[in-house]
Structures are given as structure tokens and as C-alpha cells.
Design a protein around this ligand. Structure first.
Ligand SMILES: NC(=O)c1ccc[n+]([C@@H]2O[C@H](COP(=O)([O-])OP(=O)(O)OC[C@H]3O[C@@H](n4cnc5c(N)ncnc54)[C@H](OP(=O)(O)O)[C@@H]3O)[C@@H](O)[C@H]2O)c1
Length: 360
């Protein structure tokens, strides 16, 4: 057993580069009582990790220089000093970007029992789904979609729901839950292939490619939201009741003028701003909220931790019933983890971006 780990070498300026990471050999740690040694199978790379790469206050402490990057992992227990797990169990939890990690048993969740193919995440997912769903549709992104849309967005039948970042892990789950709730769904994503998937595979009613609609405006003048606004007017004949925002910036600027009375704006993510070094300047949202008696609310998924079992159960039932689908983009090779993370900012992924480190 040879361990390797990926350390945070330097704080990025703008888009992160491979120079910001360092891959080094390390010892395989020994578990103490109540701990397990876990062999990494899959690593989740997530946009919020960019926030941890800058100094200063956020909802999660920043990475220190030299620290091992950490995120969600699915792995196999190879040694257990806890009665909760035995070797061969597949578990998920927060771990360092390492081939082998030691973790406290109480912080881990069983995805599959030793010797079985897949008994399902938390024992509730359909046996046919991959263990990687613990990092996607049945994990943090799926729960983010579920609670953000249903608790804050509160979509009602017949309403129009607009989703930015619609072809990502959170976004495509939001689109489908909104369809389950009987809404007209408009998805905004960055490629025609992604939009084709949203429309043809997931039943999203209308789709907008924000990269192509904005081009004429960028060349033609300062109003870069113009092309988006026109596309949204066409896609939303009854305007917008719920806006689930994963990206922020110019895409979101264009949605604000179309809000309906009593609209709800769910601030889930602002990925278009994560690599900026200075605060972005855009239209002020207050007048749109005021005249429409609209709500804009941000949230962090961990706020909902006590209700996670409810969310996983419902998502798993929808999966089993064929009402919910998921897509994953899987990059192979531990060393490719930083590049997979960087690729999130150019939209390399359809659905959940995962790195495969080893076979189960
Ligand atoms: N509030 C919470 O607790 C919480 C939890 C999880 C995630 N989030 C947030 O939710 C959002 C989605 O997360 P995810 O994990 O599902 O990631 P994801 O959507 O699977 O991946 C990121 C996607 O963002 C799009 N993107 C990248 N740069 C962009 C830009 N400049 N403008 C517009 N779109 C851009 C890309 O798709 P295109 O090809 O469409 O550009 C890319 O595929 C992120 O903002 C994330 O920070 C929040």
C-alpha cells in the first residue's frame, strides 16, 4: 500500500491552475480505536472548494497552504477498529484527497455492505444505482437541489421555474424535481449538447445556451444581459415564479426583470463569480424584489443536516420510480483530481463531476 496526497500549494489568482496543487507520497496512516482505514475509490470535486482557496471569512474555514485538500469521498474500509464497519464495507464521508485516509467511524455513512454489489446509499437507494450516487444525486448536490428548491423555492403546479447551471449536479436535479411538481422548467446551461440532454432526456421544457445568446451583446455594447433577457422572454411566456440560481453574474441579471409577483429567488451558488478577485458590479436586485413582493434567500446545505434522511429517502424513491435520473462525468486517475476540479469552471462536466481513483 503506497499512499499519495494532494496538498494546497498556493492560493489561486483567478482560475485555479495545476500549479496551485502538489501531489506527494505519504505514509499510510494507522487507525486508532473507533476509526477505520479507508481506501479511496471516488473523489467528489465541487465548486465550493474554490471559496476555501481564498483567505478570509466564509462558511467553511479556508485551506491553509500545505494542507491536504478535502471533499466528499466514497471508499472501501480496509481496516476497522470500530464495530460499525468491517473490511469491504463501502463508506462515504469527508476525507483528504489521499489514496488512503483514516476517519472516525461516527462521521461515516455506509453505502454498501462488504460482499454485496450495492445495497444502496444509506440502505434506501435502489440497488441498480452506482455507489457514486452518494457523491451526487443521493449526496450533497442532490440534497442541495431538494431542500433549496422545495423549502425556499416552494414551486407550485403550473408555475415557471428557471434554473441556471441547469446541466450540473445540483441543477439537473432541481430541473427534474420542478417537473415532478408540475412546473414549466427553463434550463440555462453552457452548451448545446447539455441543453439537448436536458430537453430530450430530462423533459426540461425550454433551454437556453448562455454562451451563445450573450455573444452578440458582448460585441455590440455594454448591455451583455440583453441576449439572455430576450431568450428568457421567449422561454418564459408567463414570466418567472422561481429562479434557482447556481451561477449568478450576467445570467442572473437577466432573470430579475422577469420576476412575477411573489416570486422566490433561491441563491444556491454564484460560480461565475468564484474566480473574481474583486466584487462584481451589476444591477441592484432590491427594486425587482420590492415591486414584485419577491423573496431572495441564500442557503448552505448543512443548514438542513437534521433533515438529510428525509431528503435522501425521497430522492431515492424518485430514483427507484424512474422519476429522477442522474448523469455523472467520471475522470479516471487520482493525479487528475486537480484538473477535474479546474474543469468545473469551463463546464467540462455533465451532471456530477467525480474522479475515479481505484476499483472497488
Ligand atoms: N448552497 C449550497 O449549500 C451549495 C451546495 C452545493 C453546490 N452549491 C453551488 O451550486 C452550484 C452548482 O454546484 P454543482 O456541484 O452542481 O456543480 P456543477 O453545476 O455540476 O458544475 C459547475 C457548472 O457550473 C457551470 N459554470 C462554470 N462557470 C460558469 C460561469 N462563469 N457562468 C455560468 N456557469 C458556469 C458549468 O456548466 P456550463 O457548461 O453550464 O457553464 C459547470 O458544469 C455551484 O455554484 C455551487 O457552488 C451550493
Amino acid at each position: 500500500m503506497q499512499n499519495k496526497e494532494i496538498r494546497f500549494r498556493s492560493r489561486p489568482t483567478g482560475l485555479p491552475t495545476l500549479e496551485n496543487f502538489q501531489i506527494v507520497d505519504a505514509d499510510v496512516p494507522k487507525p486508532n480505536d473507533g476509526e477505520v482505514l479507508v481506501r479511496t475509490l471516488f473523489i467528489s470535486v465541487d465548486p465550493y472548494l474554490r471559496g476555501r482557496m481564498r483567505e478570509g471569512r466564509s462558511y467553511v474555514p479556508p485551506f491553509e497552504i500545505g494542507e491536504v485538500i478535502s471533499s466528499g469521498v466514497v471508499g472501501e474500509v480496509v481496516e476497522s477498529r470500530s464495530p460499525k464497519f468491517r473490511p469491504g464495507d463501502i463508506v462515504t464521508g469527508m476525507f483528504g484527497w489521499r489514496r488512503y485516509n483514516v476517519g472516525k467511524a461516527e462521521g461515516l455513512m455506509k453505502v454498501a455492505k462488504a460482499g454485496s454489489a450495492n445495497t444502496g446509499t444509506a440502505g434506501v437507494s435502489p440497488a441498480s444505482v452506482s455507489i457514486t450516487t452518494a457523491l451526487g444525486v443521493l449526496g450533497m448536490p442532490g440534497l442541495t437541489a431538494y431542500f433549496g428548491l422545495l423549502d425556499i423555492g416552494q414551486p407550485k403546479e403550473g408555475e415557471t421555474v428557471v434554473v441556471s447551471g441547469a446541466a450540473g449536479a445540483v441543477g439537473m436535479t432541481v430541473c427534474q424535481i420542478a417537473k415532478i411538481k408540475g412546473c414549466r422548467v427553463v434550463g440555462i446551461a453552457g452548451s448545446d449538447d447539455k441543453n439537448k440532454y436536458l430537453h430530450e432526456e430530462l423533459g426540461v421544457d425550454a433551454v437556453i445556451n448562455y454562451k451563445t445568446v450573450q455573444k452578440p451583446d458582448r460585441q455590440g455594447g455594454p448591455s451583455s444581459a440583453g441576449g439572455m433577457l430576450q431568450a428568457l422572454i421567449e422561454a418564459c411566456p408567463r414570466r418567472v415564479d422561481v429562479y434557482f440560481d447556481n451561477v449568478g453574474g450576467e445570467v442572473s441579471d437577466a432573470v430579475l426583470p422577469l420576476l412575477n409577483q411573489g416570486a422566490r429567488v433561491v441563491i444556491c451558488g454564484q460560480i461565475s463569480l468564484y474566480n473574481l478577485d474583486k466584487p462584481d458590479v451589476g444591477p441592484r436586485p432590491q427594486p425587482y424584489l420590492l415591486v414584485n413582493s419577491a423573496l431572495m434567500k441564500g442557503f448552505i446545505i448543512t443548514n438542513y443536516a437534521p433533515r438529510f434522511p428525509e431528503g435522501v429517502m425521497q430522492l431515492a424513491q424518485w430514483l427507484a420510480a424512474g422519476k429522477l435520473k442522474y448523469a455523472e462525468t467520471i475522470v479516471t486517475g487520482f493525479e487528475n483530481t486537480p484538473q477535474a476540479f479546474i474543469g468545473l469552471f469551463s463546464g467540462d462536466n455533465l451532471g456530477k463531476q467525480i474522479v475515479k481513483v481505484a476499483d472497488a
